[in-house]
Design a protein around this ligand. Structure first.
Ligand code: C2E
Ligand code: CA
Ligand code: CA
Length: 413
């Protein structure tokens, strides 16, 4: 199963995706013997049959296939990078029929994904047999509300206070440990579990937010939602009910959608965002800049916040960061004229934080301020910022140059 293929398709278009698959086919063939079989099962899933091989050889070939897939692809002078997850199952040890062997390979593949390994060999005790298939374990964890949320604070660059937190889901798993979202969200998506997963996350995040607010901390909570949630016609009502249940005003919640979600299915997404905005909450465009959405295009969506992708922030202040700096400056200025609040993600060093402050960025999030942590361990005291008054001055100047009066965006200052 390829990772990130969907992003290539969404960002570069389907002809580019097709071209990539053609190049990939040739690479896979080159990594195999002529007696081996390689087929495309559909989408971004492939199967390889090795005749007369044992587990050792299968693992060796898997490693070789991964290496071939991870070599950058050049498509129309654009470089795309992929990775893949491989599941290995053996005939006749694991199963003797096609459906059975495919099911075993699939389970091993998901275990590889979830444990962050490039490949895994099917093991009855881990993937099936006495235990449950992973997807059933995940379904159970969602139903029993066993998913955990970590929260990462966002620093207001004007007031120097923590005014918001982003909720980030984790799956505590008995054998695999604390599983990261990027490892199990694809499984949830594929198994149709995104609806219930988001419902559980939303409920837990709002409960926590209500508790903070009850204790006098006026903080906003951001929750990530997937395309599947957004195109579900019942979703806005579900959000409204969740807010009600916790006695929270809509302004207490921000919903983050990724840039690719925002452009995937414009009509449906647009209607959903509008419905959410009417509830009074801010919809945020996550990972902005990672894809290829133009700001002009974005201006037609009723969103209230833009999160600058981490890739823009890295090297912002380094010698060769000039290009990023220009992009960040222009993006902030444009976002502000469109009435959008700007959050910088992945801020890891003080120099970047000060740069962002002087560029007029509104909020910052990143390891410098805090790693995501369980609510109980979160510190709301912002780290001391040296040179704040100078930055504030710079910021005021930037504002006066670029900013028209801005609409109320629902963030409490
Ligand atoms: P994201 O929404 O872009 O979240 C930010 C990710 O960047 C988090 O990874 C966070 O731990 C990491 N990060 C924060 N600050 C820094 C930094 O300074 N440097 C670096 N290198 N990384 C930083 P995490 O928690 O692994 O989440 C990964 C992604 O999973 C999230 O990316 C989001 O897209 C998705 N996700 C997380 N929770 C949920 C959820 O409840 N629902 C949905 N649909 N998606 C979620
Ligand atoms: Ca996010
Ligand atoms: Ca992000």
């Amino acid at each position: 199963d390829l990772n990130r293929f969907k992003e290539v398709n969404d960002s570069f278009g389907h002809p580019a995706g097709d071209e990539l698959l053609r190049q990939l086919g040739a690479r896979l063939k080159k990594s195999l013997r002529s007696s081996d079989l390689v087929v495309r099962l559909g989408g971004d899933e492939f199967a390889v049959a090795l005749v007369g091989a044992d587990a050792d050889r299968a693992e060796m070939v898997a490693a070789r296939l991964i290496a071939a897939i991870e070599e950058p692809f050049l498509i129309d002078s654009v470089t795309a990078r992929l990775s893949a997850s491989i599941g290995i199952a053996l005939v006749p040890d694991d199963a003797v029929d096609a459906a059975g062997i495919m099911a075993c390979a699939d389970l091993a593949m998901y275990r590889a994904k979830i444990s962050g390994q490039p490949y895994a060999v099917y093991r009855e005790d881990l993937d099936g047999g006495h235990g449950l298939p992973l997807v059933d374990e995940l379904r159970g964890a969602i139903e029993r509300c066993e998913l955990e949320l970590h929260y990462q604070p966002q620093l207001d660059l004007v007031s120097g206070e923590i005014v918001a937190v982003e909720a980030l889901v984790r799956w505590p798993h008995a054998r695999l440990g604390l599983v990261a979202p990027l490892e199990f969200l694809p499984l949830a998506e594929e198994a149709g579990l995104m609806g219930p997963l988001t419902a559980v996350v939303l409920d837990q995040a709002l409960a926590q937010c209500a508790q903070w607010r009850g204790a006098g901390r006026r903080v906003t909570v951001s929750v990530n939602v997937s395309t599947t949630n957004l195109v579900d016609p019942g979703f806005p009502d579900e959000v409204a009910r969740a807010l009600d249940r916790h006695g929270l005003e809509a302004a207490a919640l921000v919903l983050e959608i990724t840039e690719t979600t925002a452009i995937a299915d414009f009509d449906r997404t647009n209607a959903a965002i509008e419905a959410l905005r009417r509830l009074g909450l801010v919809v945020s465009v996550d990972d902005f800049g990672a894809g290829f959405t133009s700001l002009t295009y974005l201006s037609s969506l009723p969103v209230g916040e833009l999160k600058l992708d981490r890739s823009f922030i890295v090297g912002l202040t380094s010698a060769n960061g000039g290009r990023n700096l220009a992009l960040v400056r222009a993006t902030i200025a444009l976002a502000h004229t469109l009435g959008l609040r700007v959050v910088a993600e992945g801020v890891e060093d003080k120099a970047s934080l000060h740069m962002l402050t002087s560029l007029g960025c509104d909020l910052a999030q990143g390891y410098l301020i805090s790693r995501p942590k369980p609510a109980a361990e979160l510190a709301f005291d912002a780290p001391p910022m040296s040179g704040t008054s100078a930055s504030r001055h710079a910021r005021a100047r930037v504002r006066s140059v670029f900013l028209a009066p801005r609409p109320q965006l629902g963030i409490e200052r």
